[in-house]
Design a protein around this ligand. Structure first.
Ligand code: ZN
Length: 171
């Protein structure tokens, strides 16, 4: 399959890079393509994508790739804003492969957009979906440690606002 199996830490790094890309106003087409390709080619659980899906991604135009990136960004925002809603996504084109020994693998051959959302869902599950959060400013970020904001700038801004109304340190 040629898919690289990700550890939790590696998946976290990829999710952080994806979220930073989506939430920054400027990013190059080459960056978008590279990160989506990494997501598509990663192995985050016992699920494998058909090689044809990756092939379709590789030969897609920049405008297709941008549209896929936007659809993933929208999916991320929807999950964070409505955390109880979960994710429902019909997949018609999956087959089970039960090997004589070793793990059960679900092999999926689907459209690139669906494949990307599926990969994202597995990557997020590996990282811990609750760690994807929305900052005070509306941007998404991955919570690492006790971090509560997308950036130091936001942390200072919110702290100063609390300070001005006399709430600093009182919470
Ligand atoms: Zn922020």
């Amino acid at each position: 399959m040629g898919q690289k199996r990700y550890t939790r830490q590696q998946a976290e790094r990829l999710i952080v890079r994806l979220v930073n890309m989506f939430e920054s106003p400027t990013h190059r087409d080459a960056t978008v393509r590279k990160l989506l390709k990494d997501l598509l080619q990663g192995r985050f659980g016992d699920i494998a994508l058909d090689d044809a899906v990756v092939g379709r991604f590789r030969s897609a135009s920049d405008s297709h790739v941008r549209r896929w990136a936007e659809s993933i960004r929208d999916a991320l925002h929807a999950w964070v804003i409505a955390p109880g809603a979960g994710l429902v996504m019909p997949l018609d084109l999956a087959t089970f492969h039960v090997p004589a020994s070793g793990e059960l693998v679900v092999q999926v051959s689907t459209e690139v957009a669906e494949a990307l959302r599926l990969q994202l869902a597995f990557a997020l599950r590996l990282v811990g979906r609750e760690r994807l959060q929305q900052c005070d400013c509306g941007r998404l970020f991955v919570r690492i440690g006790k971090r509560q904001f997308c950036s130091e700038r936001c942390q200072k801004r919110v702290y100063m606002r609390r300070f001005r109304v006399g709430l600093a340190g009182k919470e």
